[in-house]
Design a protein around this ligand. Structure first.
Ligand SMILES: Cc1cc2nc3c(=O)[nH]c(=O)nc-3n(C[C@H](O)[C@H](O)[C@H](O)COP(=O)(O)OP(=O)(O)OC[C@H]3O[C@@H](n4cnc5c(N)ncnc54)[C@H](O)[C@@H]3O)c2cc1C
Length: 761
């Protein structure tokens, strides 16, 4: 018996038998989800020793000249056509001119190759378009993003038959067809695979002929573009009780391409998603019969629906919501900084109060970080990667940071952000936040189940190999494969422990950083956390095994560490890619501290709660001998970041670039804000004279010679511009409510009473 055979039969075999007993079987849908997409940088992070040089040398996201021209012309024109207030509060739909422009300029065919009449854009261009359009209007952004994301277009390109591609793609590209994708039903939301929508294989009549096909019955809801769509990608469970196809009864989740005018299909009702009036509604199908050639990908793809969806999700989820979140974070940061500069209370701009600077700093940080991660992810997609775990990280963290950004922006704007009307540039985005949180994998589920859960299996260097070996029906082959994977894993774990020890005991001073990096200490600290992550992840997997699925909070926190490592790596790459802008250092330092603090809190949460206490003790002793670090940005750092948002500069433009700022509209609240901001900053030296003379009244200041006639005119212009920004809308009672008449008497008395109670006002 050679050494390897001895090891396999005497040492590995009992472990194999034990693990086979405790390991839950991998379900078909889990296996398909695992198989979907690719492993990229997430795999590096799981090694505990990521190759930073590989990250930095990866080409940054870039637009071609043609794509840039599209941004400058077609996208700019589209933004100028959208009137967000009118569409939400009066028309409850995009204007016809906007729909026409989207169709004519092929906004619905951005990802469709040119040979089918589409724009054939890169993932970077797709993301940039969604980002800029979303900055003009969430509704327009969603309308553009959906046909280019998870839906018939994407699925046809990857899985369609030649005939299906030749027929549908040109029609989708030029907007003759509007697609939607129907997966969710009332009984199946997050657990979409539990859907009850069925398709039964049988003979039926199609265009006067008897053919083999599928009879569909379904009820879908929440379907974006559903009310106006002309074709639907429909997910259903296919059954063949008569065994017409010779493949047994249960065929699995399948996707069909269903024209909306097929008899039995009904649609047209609308949901109202938080008063954000993109087209969204339910779809119904009663005994709808279509031939088998309506199955997306033909008969070969029957039962492959879940794999198809997961694969498409790995790309779409990396682009749509991260791009929209990037727009929202940048716009919230830009607008809040400007508003905090022009709005004064207690005689000073509110942005000078430390309490306001704290949310401003986070706004600046979020804008930098989300865009850094978005650009890195789309650059990876352009290189051909489809990283499903990173797409889940992007979806969750971009939308969560967007949520925080909007909340901070609202706080800073006070009543100005709350009162709805054409002058409010925040409320529509704020209202729409829960939509981004819920769709494409609801966030709680994504954080608790997907990120680490999928990552541990998919991105870990040995885990999947071990699981596949354990579930191999041929146990001899399984044991052999398990033996290799298991001992590889042990070797890897020992190396990881060594790295975690060196990096932990040196407080992050010893550890790899890329050659010639401008900020090697930051890379070293991330290297330290990466090693600690790999060690802790292995200990959690070893001690919890399949039970980790139920220990959602441990899984969530490990996912938080993994995510921060990805996001902070993207920040450091952005800093390098943008030519190491010295003035951006405070943002990078702030984000590193904030991120490390989150990493620290997540590690603490895992180690405090890991049921196997010895494992937690071991991880602490190796990786965190002096406690888990949780650095906090200083008040000085916070002040510096707030300042960046409160003065016009190239840096501010870099932080919040390519947003729609009201061009093409005669009146636009963001245009007014930007104008007032520029005027206030320019007139600051004149304002200072007033402050020093302790005079607030302009005329008095002019009469006393504190300011000149020209300065008086300038300040009058500034104050008018600021008043316009600070103003909010008010509407006649009858316009707001048809029952307004009943309040007429009450209103007069009420007003009098209020005045009496508050004489000082
Ligand atoms: C505006 C809008 C547009 C949409 N567009 C489309 C579309 O075009 N096509 C389409 O098919 N669908 C669409 N959806 C559906 C969307 O994908 C689902 O809403 C989503 O999958 C969540 O399902 P649910 O709303 O039923 O929530 P549920 O699944 O009931 O979830 C409720 C809560 O429970 C949490 N949860 C569930 N399971 C777990 C778990 N195991 N662990 C931890 N937490 C868990 C979720 O995270 C969530 O917070 C849309 C939804 C909305 C609101």
């Amino acid at each position: 018996m050679d050494l390897r055979t001895f090891r396999r039969d005497r040492i590995t075999a009992p472990i194999f038998n034990w693990a086979s007993r405790i390991m839950p079987p991998i379900s078909e849908t889990e296996r398909e989800a695992i198989d979907a997409g690719t492993v990229w940088w997430d795999g590096e992070l799981f090694t505990g020793n990521p190759d930073w040089n590989a990250l930095l040398t990866m080409p940054p996201a870039r637009l071609s000249a043609e794509e840039q021209a599209f941004m400058d012309n077609e996208v700019a024109e589209l933004c100028g056509l959208v009137d967000d207030w009118t569409l939400n509060w009066r028309d409850r739909d995009l204007a016809k001119s906007v729909w026409d422009h989207m169709r004519a300029k092929k906004f619905f065919g951005m990802i469709i190759p040119k040979k089918y009449g589409g724009l054939g854009f890169s993932n970077t261009a797709h993301s940039e378009v969604v980002r800029t359009v979303s900055s003009a209007s969430v509704v327009a952004g969603v309308t553009v993003m959906v046909p280019n994301s998870l839906g018939p277009g994407e699925l046809l390109m990857h899985f369609g038959t030649d005939e299906q591609r030749d027929y549908w793609l040109p029609r989708l590209a030029d907007g003759r067809e509007i697609p939607c994708f129907g997966l969710t039903s009332p009984d199946a939301g997050s657990d979409a695979a539990a859907m009850q929508d069925t398709g039964v294989v049988e003979y039926g009549t199609w265009k006067g002929r008897k053919v083999l096909g599928v009879r569909l019955n379904f009820h879908k809801r929440y379907i974006t573009l559903g009310p106006v769509a002309t074709v639907m990608g429909l997910a259903f469970k296919m059954r063949d009780p008569g065994n017409h196809l010779g493949r047994g009864e249960e065929l699995g989740i399948t996707v069909a391409l269903l024209p909306m005018d097929t008899p039995g299909v009904s649609h047209g009702e609308r949901h109202i998603p938080l008063f954000t009036f993109f087209q969204n509604g339910p779809l119904y199908g009663k005994d709808v019969f279509v031939p088998l050639d309506h199955i997306l990908g033909g008969e070969a793809q029957i039962g492959q629906g879940w794999t198809m969806l997961m694969t498409a999700l790995a790309a779409g989820r990396s682009i749509s919501l991260p791009s929209q979140s990037a727009a929202s974070a940048a716009m919230s940061a830009r607008a809040s900084g400007a508003y905090a500069r022009v709005r004064t209370q207690f005689g000073v701009p509110i942005g000078l109060f430390e309490g306001v600077q704290e949310p401003l700093a986070e706004l600046a940080g979020n804008a930098y970080l989300i865009d850094a991660a978005r650009r890195l992810t789309v650059a990876a997609l352009d290189e051909g990667h489809r990283p499903s775990v990173l797409s889940a990280i992007m979806k969750y963290h971009a939308t969560e940071r967007m949520r925080r950004s909007y909340t901070h922006a609202m706080d800073i704007h006070g009543g100005k952000g709350i009162i709805e009307g054409p002058r409010n540039y925040l409320a529509a985005g704020y209202r729409s936040v829960p939509i981004g949180i819920t769709v494409e994998g609801a966030n709680i589920l994504t954080r608790n189940l997907m990120i680490f859960g999928q990552g541990a299996v998919r991105s870990h260097p040995y885990m999947l190999k071990e699981m596949l070996a354990l579930s191999d029906e041929d146990t001899t082959r399984g044991l052999d494969a398990f033996d290799r994977a298991f001992w590889g894993h042990i070797g890897h774990a020992l190396k990881t422990a060594g790295r975690a020890f060196l990096r932990g005991w040196s407080g992050g001073r010893i550890g790899p950083a890329p050659r010639n990096a401008a900020l090697p200490h930051h890379f070293k600290r991330l290297s330290r956390h990466a090693a600690a992550f790999a060690l802790t992840a292995d200990l959690a997997l070893l001690t919890l095994g399949g039970a980790l699925k139920r220990k959602e909070l441990i899984s969530a926190r490990l996912g938080d560490v993994l995510a921060e490592l990805y996001l902070l790596g993207a920040v450091l790459k952005r800093f390098e890619d943008e030519g190491r802008q010295a003035e951006d250092r405070p943002i990078v330092d702030y984000l590193m501290q904030q991120g490390e603090s989150r990493i620290g809190a997540a590690f603490k949460g895992v180690l405090d709660n890991l049921p196997a206490r010895w494992a937690a003790w071991l991880a602490r002793a190796i990786a965190f001998p002096f406690g888990v670090p949780e650095p906090v940005p200083s008040d000085r750092q916070i002040g510096k970041l707030a300042e960046i948002l409160m003065k016009p500069s190239a840096q501010r433009e870099r932080l919040a670039p390519d947003l729609y700022l009201g061009e093409g509209h005669a009146e636009h609240p963001i245009k007014d804000l930007e104008a007032a901001f520029a005027l206030v900053v320019e007139a600051a030296p004149i304002e200072k004279k007033l402050r020093e003379a302790r005079i607030d009244d302009l005329q008095e200041a002019r009469d006393k010679g504190v300011i000149s006639e020209g300065e008086f005119a300038r300040l009058t212009e500034v104050r008018t511009a600021v008043e316009k920004v600070v103003a909010v809308d008010a509407f006649p009672m009858d316009e707001i409510s048809p029952t307004a008449g009943q309040h007429r008497r009450t209103k007069r008395t009420g007003t009098r009473a209020r005045r009496q109670r508050q004489p000082a006002q």
